[in-house]
Design a protein. Structure first.
Length: 600
């Protein structure tokens, strides 16, 4: 697929980049007049047609100036290197909200405040290039403000912005593309790649009238290297860095695809990379009945992403389900009067009213990738129906934990097993992923805090990998995961089978061939529920509901419960969680089978 993209780029490069009168041409196409980023003339015309026809859109439009009013008296931000990323993100919100409020209301107060903000951040000595996400997001903010307010900004402000985008961002990029290795933000396989390259493309397009050659250079390199990250969406749309980085990566991918298509009539093949089209529907279909995400891989929140990714994907890929889902999210936020942040108000120009009538939830969805994800659903029309989502994984990839084989289970919209999410990123050695790395000193990152296995009290092997071995989609669907790779040196083989035995119960079977009969296997699950252990049964209680775990085999095994606690004083505090476990030994071939259900 990269070869196809490179061929597309080469075809465009055969066309010269030149100044034609006052209009620069890039890849043979004349630049759009401002505004050319994210909310162009065609969007404005479409938005006018939708006005008054959709109550939710009208509510968003009414809320926009209300929220913009709140920004008018906010103080300007003080530049601090250690806080620059948060400053940049706040600027994204301020620029979108103020600039869009001006465009839709023509209230010049919003433009005046936005121009003040733009002048202020452009006077910063730099945008903290040591941590290039800071530069990327600030460049995106300034580019949007410049582009959307172009008709009203003073000549002095325009000159300052053009100079700042070039010297504080774009000039740094040329050398990065030329000399940066695979760990460079421009070329790595993580969210940094998409976010930083997109920020640079937005900045380059904003000032392309002045620097068309530089713009072309940045665009051609960005679309060359973005696949290094996006290739990992293949084949089914899973973002291996977890749901928090799913949202972060995909909002910037949406900005990139829209900007390229609006200005060049195509996105250089990025949108046809395997898995891209499936990314949003995967995310929606993986949500639990309570609407929560499976917060693996340093994802610290179980609430869904609220950026307008869904509207872009819905219109780009004809996915009305995504639009309907996001309209529900927006309605809920407006009802709760929640404070908007980030790109929220892009929901107005990107609004998609496409109807969706709904479809049947399958009993099993299987998504493969670096992290294979399986989603089981009992019949949601039945009381006590069960939902379970589980993963394999590759622990030494970015943001991963030793969680191979872990799962989240819900009934009655109550989460009975949990993922503790992310710890402090500043912990010593937090990014050391190799076996023996200090990352594995911290409880949240270990298999001891996840709903999986430990052998002889040891960590999973971080250079190993789990994978789906087999699955079937029958009325009693099942998935077998081969976890042997992460128990290297501890067992000959480890397999975990999930069986949805009926709509209300799940049976998890762990088949382990140990190296000797004296070894111990610990099966564990972490929960925020109250727990009472009764021999081979554990009764979980929460919100007036119960959930039962029962050890079917081996005979004589019993559950124990203890308060979950962190391993070191440096870690994020942990309160309110209980670790349920059973430990078996005495046989080289062990089978642990646990039944889970709302019903005893």
């Amino acid at each position: 697929m990269k070869t196809v993209i490179q061929c597309i780029i080469c075809c465009f490069l055969l066309l010269s980049c030149r100044e034609g009168g006052r209009t620069a041409h890039i890849f043979g196409k004349p630049l759009r007049p401002h505004p050319r980023l994210l909310f162009v003339a065609e969007d404005a015309a479409r938005l006018e047609v939708l006005k008054g026809a959709h109550p939710l859109l009208d509510r968003l439009r009414a809320d926009l100036p209300v929220q913009a009013e709140k920004l008018l008296n906010l103080p300007l931000q003080t530049p601090r290197s250690e806080e620059m990323l948060n400053i940049s993100r706040e600027q994204v919100y301020r620029m979108i909200t103020l600039s869009l409020a001006f465009r839709l209301t023509e209230d010049t107060r919003f433009a005046v405040k936005a121009e003040e903000e733009l002048n202020h951040v452009c006077d910063f000595p730099d945008w903290h290039p040591e941590h290039y996400l800071d530069v990327a997001e600030m460049t995106a903010a300034v580019a949007i403000g410049y582009d959307w307010l172009y008709s009203i900004l003073t000549p002095e402000t325009k000159r300052k912005i053009v100079s700042s985008i070039k010297t504080k961002a774009l000039d740094l990029v040329v050398e990065e593309y030329r000399t940066g290795d695979e760990n460079s933000w421009a070329k790595r396989e993580t969210n940094w790649n998409v976010v930083c390259n997109t920020g640079m493309v937005l900045g380059a397009l904003a000032v392309a009238d002045h620097y068309p050659d530089l713009c072309r250079h940045i665009v051609e390199n960005a679309v060359k290297y973005v696949p290094n990250c996006v290739d990992h969406y293949a084949p089914d749309g899973v973002c291996y860095e977890g749901p928090a980085y799913w949202g972060y990566t995909n909002i910037y991918l949406s900005l990139l695809l829209k900007s390229l298509n609006d200005n060049f009539g195509n996105d250089f093949g990025l949108s046809i990379l395997p898995g891209v089209e499936q990314a949003v529907l995967y995310y929606i279909h993986a949500l639990s009945p309570s609407g929560k995400v499976f917060n693996f891989a340093n994802s610290g929140d179980t609430s869904p992403d609220t950026n307008p990714i869904y509207f872009y994907f819905s219109r780009k890929f004809n996915q009305s389900e995504a639009a309907a889902y996001y309209r529900g999210i927006l309605s809920e936020k407006l009802e709760k009067c929640e404070s908007p942040r980030g790109f929220y108000f892009l929901s107005i120009p990107w609004f998609d009213p496409a109807p969706f009538t709904g479809n049947t939830v399958p009993k099993l969805n299987v998504y493969t990738g670096i992290n294979d994800i399986v989603v089981f659903n009992g019949d949601r029309s039945l009381p006590g129906h069960i939902y379970l989502i589980a993963k394999t994984g590759d622990p030494d990839r970015a943001h991963q934990q030793l969680d191979v084989g872990t799962f989240i289970v819900e009934t009655d919209s109550i989460r009975w097993s949990d993922d503790l999410g992310a710890d402090y990123y500043s912990l010593p050695g937090f990014w050391e992923y190799k076996p023996g790395g200090r990352r594995w000193n911290y409880f949240r990152n270990t298999n001891f805090s996840h709903n999986t296995l430990a052998i002889d009290g040891k960590l999973q092997y971080s250079e190993g990998r789990g994978e789906i071995e087999s699955y079937n989609l029958s009325e009693r669907p099942e998935v077998v995961m081969n976890l042997s790779g992460v128990y290297k040196g501890q067992a000959e083989s480890v397999r975990r089978k999930f069986l949805l035995s009926d709509d209300t119960q799940m049976i998890i079977t762990d088949s382990v061939a140990l190296r000797s009969a004296s070894q111990r296997i610990s099966w564990s699950m972490i929960t925020a529920a109250q727990v009472e252990c009764r021999g081979n049964t554990a009764v979980l209680s929460k919100d007036g509901k119960n959930f039962y775990l029962e050890i079917i085999s081996p005979a004589g095994a019993s559950f124990a419960a203890e308060k979950a606690k962190v391993a070191t004083a440096e870690e994020k505090p942990l309160e309110g969680y209980t670790l349920i476990s059973t430990t078996v030994s005495g046989k080289r071939e062990q089978v642990i089978r646990v039944r889970m259900s709302k019903w005893k």
